[in-house]
Design a protein around this ligand. Structure first.
Ligand code: ZN
Length: 174
């Protein structure tokens, strides 16, 4: 058994915090794009996240890019990096779904989720240990809150294709 502190700082989290993916804001040029600034005052974490969404030829709306600039603890910064990898290229319905699975994971009090749902989260499942530490859960959720905000404000959810949710899952995790 690893100690609670080891579970908190999984290698995946350390790696992502050292070499974060998506850091460095890019100009917003896509059809649907938005920026969100989020602060976690209890820890001092901050992020400005920009999300761009594009519509594919078959009418699916997908995450074209995530970029962000942030400061704060390694949990918050690593979570932003993992989020960037996880949702880039995913359609909007899948992105919302992953956010909801991750929020469920953070509510699991260290128990985690069933294997299928943790598989969906990829590297983000490494944050299971964080859910044992109520003070750190907001650190891990900072980027996901920003992402959810951009989904709501970019207009990408308006008239969203109902077909995307049902047709994508067979193809996403090959
Ligand atoms: Zn923090």
């Amino acid at each position: 058994m690893s100690s609670p502190m080891e579970q908190l700082y999984q290698q995946v989290i350390l790696d992502h915090s050292k070499k974060p993916h998506g850091r460095g804001l890019v100009d917003l040029t896509a059809a649907f794009a938005s920026e969100s600034h989020q602060v976690n005052p209890t820890c001092g974490d901050e992020v400005t996240l920009r999300a761009q969404f594009t519509e594919t030829e078959d009418g699916r709306r997908v995450v074209e890019s995530i970029s962000w600039e942030g400061q704060g603890c390694s949990i918050s910064q690593a979570s932003l990096s993992v989020l960037t990898d996880l949702v880039t290229g995913q359609d909007v319905a899948t992105t919302e779904h992953l956010g909801s699975v991750f929020r469920d994971l953070m509510g699991s009090r260290g128990k985690g989720l069933d294997e299928a749902r943790e598989d969906e989260l990829g590297d983000a499942a490494a944050f299971t240990g964080v859910s044992q530490f109520p003070a750190r859960i907001k650190c891990a959720l900072l980027g996901w809150s920003a992402l959810r905000d951009t989904l709501a404000t970019s207009g990408v959810l308006e008239d969203a294709q109902t077909a995307t949710a049902s047709t994508t899952h067979e193809h996403e995790h090959v």
